[in-house]
Design a protein around this ligand. Sequence first.
Ligand code: GDP
Ligand code: MG
Length: 177
Amino acid sequence: MQMVSSFMKHKIVMIGDSLVGKTSLMHRLTRDVFMPSCQPTVGTGCATWSTVLGKDPIYLQIWDTAGQERYRSIGGIFYQNAEAAVVVFSKTDNESAKNVKSWVKQFRAVMGTSPFIAIVQNKSDIDSSDERKEEDIEETDIKKWAKQKGFFYIETSAKTGKNVKELFLTVTKSVAQ
Ligand code: GDP
Ligand code: MG
């Protein structure tokens, strides 16, 4: 396998409340080509994914938390040098949708406003019918807010694979400029 020096890799961070599916999305993307070649800080997971845009290979180094998001205490080192943030919430967890804004804020406090931000509603395979009207309202809010802010917004399912490639391809294009 050819060595890829770290300056060719684009660091991406997965953030959002716990149990929304961050790790599952990363595994869904990288399960075929999992290369545990990253050296993340203690207490984080990491995977490399590559694709070809035009004729150039592009490498993403995707950083994942190891559960410390539960305490909302992700340190600055985790965010440092990230070129994009994938901010995930769950269709089945209204609280996680409400917290999207504060995750974006936390990320931007370290990295400023230039990195690409993707807002992801995961678990789109789960049917949210009648009893969850309130959550639907929150979802619509986040979607509107994301548009307003100029963030990329997408609905995914780590379970079925829906839009997972699309999400990371969009992220790849954003960092490859
Ligand atoms: P994390 O804490 O954000 O990393 O979330 P995990 O990836 O560990 O997922 C938390 C739980 O949600 C696990 O039981 C997953 O199997 C489940 N899960 C993750 N993504 C999906 C999805 O797209 N659809 C469904 N139905 N379940 C999911
Ligand atoms: Mg996780």
